[in-house]
Every structure is written in structure tokens, then in C-alpha cells.
Design a protein around this ligand. Structure first.
Ligand SMILES: NC(=O)c1ccc[n+]([C@@H]2O[C@H](COP(=O)([O-])OP(=O)(O)OC[C@H]3O[C@@H](n4cnc5c(N)ncnc54)[C@H](O)[C@@H]3O)[C@@H](O)[C@H]2O)c1
Length: 395
């Protein structure tokens, strides 16, 4: 059974993140503890990439607690993280007779969690959701904090453009069950992608809790890359604790703050304004020798985005080169890209960054590193700094 847990302290919306092998089995207890005897069914959104055996195990545990499961399989892609798929899930919820007392259970990666969480936020104006993340990325980041949503396809010159996470809601889970047995079937590329979000947490941790997560992450890397479960569980626990603390202090990513710099949760967007602008460019690949690896995974785009942000901060005189060098060294060790070939012209990327909602109109705000483990939100960054950041990641 799972050995680790982190409490996310949000008053009446507080919840526990269970981490470790067997964590899935905590789901029925968490549902009964929070919702009592009223629920009679559960709607499981199952990422088709998660081995069926875990979905069966979860359903058996739900049945054992008197909860009749309905399973909806989805094949997660950024294009399927859409209003159309959402409508399909909502229709199935309605058809299954799901009531307001019954929980949705998301079993899958970040796409599944975001989509199922948003369906739960919308259906009957909000039903409970339990997140069961199945990728490293969703365990350390996406399943915690209550952000849910889908991408939006909008008309654009020459066709359509996909805007990431443009429609969504804050909807905190009842509980999170990060069952690390599920990572055994995850491929290496996905595992590395998840580590990008751990590095992101390390890049802001000192400013949040005073912890030197950069050194800790470097120390556990070999064991995590070798797939050692205890080291991996520990890294997940540290990352979740950091994210939980940020969310506790600024649950809804407030836009206020000094000079419009926003609240603390915005720091979690480090690398994401650059990252979202390049993540949806279909031909970009993490390795130019393998064009078939295109497009970039979320964590790969975030890794490149963090390098760009670091070099941008360097051009702005906010940090010195050693920080960018340390970041590149860490990402190289993990096997994440720090440069990418075939990027469009700067102006096109800057325009894409401006339409990322995190940019708040123009490249209005950018999270920039200002020291080891410390970042700040910079309002109206100079175009020349952004160009310096982009130059640094051109392969
Ligand atoms: N809500 C948030 O706060 C938040 C934070 C970070 C990222 N995200 C979102 O998360 C998404 C990325 O999530 P992701 O990296 O988990 O990707 P993903 O959901 O696309 O999953 C990656 C792939 O791994 C497969 N998979 C999942 N679990 C598996 C398992 N146990 N074994 C084998 N294969 C498995 C999936 O089928 C999929 O093909 C993005 O859409 C991003 O926007 C959300």
C-alpha cells in the first residue's frame, strides 16, 4: 500500500495526495469519507494508454465499496482535448444516470485529468472528481491544484489554430491517487517529459519554501532515470508539496499583486508562455535526427521554454549566465531538449506568445528566473530580451 501522502491545505476544499504503489486502492475510501453513503455510482474516464488491469482493479475496488462504475475510454491527444470530446463525455455522463452526488474518476495522464476534471466542473454545475494520474507529469503537476480545461480551435490566417487550455474552470479534486506502479508502463520519453515539471518546481522552490530543490533534484536524478521506485516516489512527493504550497497561497492564480505582477501561482507558468507558443507547432521534434518524433511533448516544450526564459532574464540583467548553464546541464542530463531546429521567425512566435492566455494581452507578463530557485513575474518584458531567449533555443 502507498506510504507517502501530501495534504493540500485549502480550507473546506483541502485534500490528500496519496503517492506510491497501491494508491489507487485509496479511492473508494476517499469517496466514502468525503461524500458519505449518498453516491451509488462512479464515472471513470480511462486513458486508453493506461493498462486495462489498473482500470479493472479500480473498478473492482469501487464495486467493493458499493459504487457502480461506468467506464469511458479516451485516446488522449492535444487535438482530442477538445470541446467535442468534452461534449461526448458529458453526454455519456447524462446517459449513465450520473447524479450530482456521484463522483467522476480520472484515470490517466494530464490530458485525461484536465478533460475529466472539466467535465466534472460543468456537469450539473459541478460534481466531485478524484484524480488518478498515470504519467509522471500528471503526478507531479497536472492532477494537483484544480486547474481543468480543454484546448480551443480558433480561425486563423490560412486555417485554424489550437489555443492551449483556453476554456476551463478551477475545480479542486476530492483526492488524488498517484499510484506509482502505473509508471512502469510509461515510455522513457514520457518519463523525461514529466521531469521537466519537476525541474520547473525546483526553479521556483527557494523563493517559495526556502528549499534547495535544484540540488535535491540533481542528486536523485540517476536513481529516478534508472526507474527506482523509492527515489521516484520521493521526487513526486517533493514536487507535489511544492505545488500544493503555491496553490495554498494563491489558489486561483490571482491577477493582482504589485505592479500587476500577479500572485504566486503565476510562477508555475515558468517556461509555459514560450512553451505553449511552440508546443502546438506540428513539425517540431526534440531530436532533428528523428523527424517522426514531432510534435513536442508538453514537458519538452516547457524545457525549451524554461531555457528561453532563463536566457531572456540574462539579457534583462536579472540573473547571470551560470543559472542558465545549470538549467541546461540538468535538462541535458535528463535528456530533454534545450534547442530545437525549425522554429518559425521570432515575430511569429512572439505573436503566438501574445495569444497565450498566460501572457494577458501582448507578451504582457513573463515568468523570469532571478536567481537559483527564485523567479518573478515581469510585466511588459522588452522585445529584445524575448528575442535573446528565442535565439538561445534555436537549433
Ligand atoms: N491542470 C494542470 O495544472 C496541468 C499542469 C501541467 C500540464 N497539464 C496538461 O497536461 C497535459 C500533458 O499531460 P501528460 O504529459 O500526462 O500527457 P498525456 O495525458 O498526453 O499522456 C501522455 C501519453 O501517455 C499515455 N499514458 C498515460 N498513462 C500511461 C501509463 N501509465 N502507461 C503507459 N502510457 C500511459 C497516454 O495514453 C498518452 O499517450 C497537457 O495537455 C498539459 O496542458 C495540466
Amino acid at each position: 500500500m502507498n506510504a507517502r501522502s501530501v495534504r493540500v491545505d485549502l480550507g473546506e476544499r483541502s485534500y490528500t495526495v496519496h503517492i506510491g504503489p497501491g494508491a489507487l486502492l485509496s479511492v473508494p475510501d476517499e469517496i466514502r469519507r468525503s461524500l458519505g453513503e449518498r453516491p451509488t455510482r462512479a464515472f471513470v474516464v480511462h486513458d486508453a494508454g493506461v493498462p486495462q488491469v489498473y482500470c479493472d482493479e479500480l473498478c473492482a475496488a469501487l464495486r467493493g465499496a458499493g459504487l457502480d462504475p461506468t467506464v469511458r475510454d479516451i485516446t488522449p491527444t492535444e487535438h482530442a482535448k477538445s470541446m467535442d470530446t468534452l461534449t461526448g463525455v458529458l453526454r455519456d455522463l447524462g446517459a449513465s444516470g450520473h447524479s450530482r452526488a456521484d463522483p467522476v474518476v480520472a484515470l490517466g495522464g494530464g490530458i485525461t485529468g484536465d478533460l475529466a476534471g472539466f467535465a466534472a466542473a460543468c456537469y450539473q454545475r459541478g460534481v466531485p472528481v478524484v484524480q488518478c494520474p498515470s504519467t509522471l507529469l500528471s503526478m507531479v503537476d497536472a492532477s494537483v491544484g484544480g486547474k481543468t480545461g480543454v484546448n480551443l480551435l480558433v480561425p486563423a490566417p490560412g486555417g485554424e489554430r489550437l489555443l492551449k487550455n483556453m476554456v476551463g474552470a478551477f475545480h479542486q479534486p476530492l483526492a488524488v491517487a498517484a499510484d506509482t506502479r502505473l509508471l512502469d508502463s510509461l515510455d522513457d520519453r514520457q518519463r523525461r517529459s514529466g521531469m521537466a515539471e519537476c525541474v520547473k518546481h525546483a526553479m521556483i522552490a527557494y523563493g517559495v519554501t526556502g528549499a534547495d530543490l535544484l540540488s535535491e533534484t540533481r542528486a536523485v536524478l540517476p536513481a529516478v532515470l534508472a526507474g527506482e521506485r523509492d527515489a521516484t516516489d520521493r521526487l513526486i512527493e517533493r514536487s507535489v508539496a511544492l505545488k500544493g504550497e503555491v496553490v495554498r497561497r494563491d489558489e486561483r492564480e490571482s491577477l493582482g499583486g504589485a505592479g500587476g505582477a500577479g500572485g504566486m501561482r503565476m510562477l508555475l507558468n515558468l517556461g509555459h508562455t514560450f512553451g505553449h507558443a511552440i508546443e502546438t507547432i506540428p513539425h517540431l521534434t526534440p531530436d532533428p535526427a528523428f523527424p517522426e518524433m514531432a510534435p513536442l511533448l508538453h514537458g519538452e516544450a516547457v524545457a525549451l521554454g524554461m531555457v528561453a526564459a532563463c536566457r531572456c532574464a540574462e539579457a534583462a540583467g536579472k540573473c547571470d549566465a551560470s543559472l542558465g548553464d545549470e538549467l541546461v546541464g540538468l535538462l541535458d542530463t535528463i535528456g530533454l531538449p534545450t534547442r530545437v531546429a525549425g522554429l518559425p521567425e521570432d515575430d511569429e512566435i512572439i505573436a503566438r506568445m501574445g495569444s497565450d492566455k498566460k501572457a494577458a494581452g501582448g507578451v504582457g507578463r513573463l515568468v523570469l528566473p532571478v536567481g537559483r530557485g527564485r523567479c518573478e513575474v515581469t510585466v511588459s518584458p522588452d522585445g529584445s530580451w524575448i528575442r535573446a531567449g528565442l535565439k538561445a533555443i534555436r537549433g
